[in-house]
Design a protein around this ligand. Structure first.
Ligand SMILES: [Zn+2]
Length: 296
């Protein structure tokens, strides 16, 4: 596969068209294959309109990064799903990483085990129109459907749209897939996840949020096999435009988990973040978005 290079934009705007007074770095990504691997090098600058950052809900400015991700060209399904933990789930074709979960805990208590959801819950984590925001180190990242990128790729309900690569090497698509996963001529349909809100109330406890399961927390959801179109990793086997022989592939859905919280295969270590997870060394847990960001 030839290197796929973005300079300025997916639709081919050239660097020379950038305003001369611009100080912001231009988006840059190179995707190439080397041996058994696909290498994604990027500076993490989005190539589409974003929300205004820093904002009141998200005090961090977008900064250029120096990403080099590597995924297998021969991805293998693991014996069971693997939790992503403190790692990027994958990377989009424009070099922006995917990270659906948060390190925002109930009462800032890591030990509570209750993580706030970035999208759809009450907490306002400054998510923009591409369901993205910015980490304290300047990393712009997606929590759900990257609408700005999908638009540039000409997708939504018109075609099955490859949007990125998971750390295990399997492809990630936007939310439309073939009605019949074995038939590329079948109609497109919006994929439904097989997760739902748990019924009833959270356990009554002083070490957890209690109250109704309402989607504010990741732990409010449960997987019900067969409920939707997709498995517990928000994917399925089937034909895709890029893989006419069929492959396991992920979807990003409109509802939980949006982006899978688990990998189907073994992730490459290049998706692990540098340094310890927030809060493990600091006396006070550090929130993903800084000290004042839970706007509930
Ligand atoms: Zn985030």
């Amino acid at each position: 596969m030839r290197p796929w290079i973005i300079a300025g934009s997916l639709v081919g705007a050239s660097l020379t068209s950038a305003p001369s007074e611009a100080v912001a770095p231009q988006p840059h990504v190179v995707i190439k294959t080397e041996g058994d691997f696909r290498i994604i090098q990027a500076n993490g600058i989005p190539n589409h309109v974003t929300g205004r950052f820093p904002s009141r809900q998200n005090p961090n400015a977008i900064a250029a990064k120096d990403y080099t991700f590597r995924v297998s060209l021969k991805p293998q399904v693991a014996t069971k799903p693997i939790a992503t933990g403190y790692a990027w789930f994958g990377v989009a074709l424009n070099g922006i990483p995917f990270e659906p979960g948060t390190q925002e805990f109930w009462k800032e208590d890591r030990n509570s085990g209750w993580h706030y959801e970035a999208v759809g819950g009450e907490s306002n984590l400054g998510i923009d129109q591409s369901l993205a925001h910015v980490q304290p180190n300047g990393a712009y990242h997606y929590h759900g459907l990257p609408h700005g990128l999908i638009q540039l790729l000409g997708g939504d309900n018109k075609k099955m749209t490859l949007v990125g690569w998971a750390a295990d090497g399997f492809p990630i698509y936007a939310n439309y897939g073939y009605q019949d996963p074995k038939n590329a001529k079948s109609a497109l349909k919006k994929m439904r996840s097989s997760y739902r809100l748990k019924l009833g109330d959270r356990p009554k406890s002083t070490s957890g949020p209690s109250g109704k399961y309402d989607g504010n927390f990741t732990e409010d959801y449960e997987y019900v096999s067969g409920l939707g179109d997709l498995d517990e990793c928000n994917g399925r086997f089937g034909i895709t435009p890029e893989f006419p022989q069929g492959i396991y592939h992920y979807y990003i859905t409109e509802s939980f988990p949006l982006i899978s919280r688990q990998w189907k295969g073994l992730a490459d270590s290049s998706f692990q973040k540098q340094g310890p997870p927030p809060g493990t060394t600091a006396k006070k847990p550090r929130r993903e978005n800084g000290p004042e960001q839970l706007n509930r």
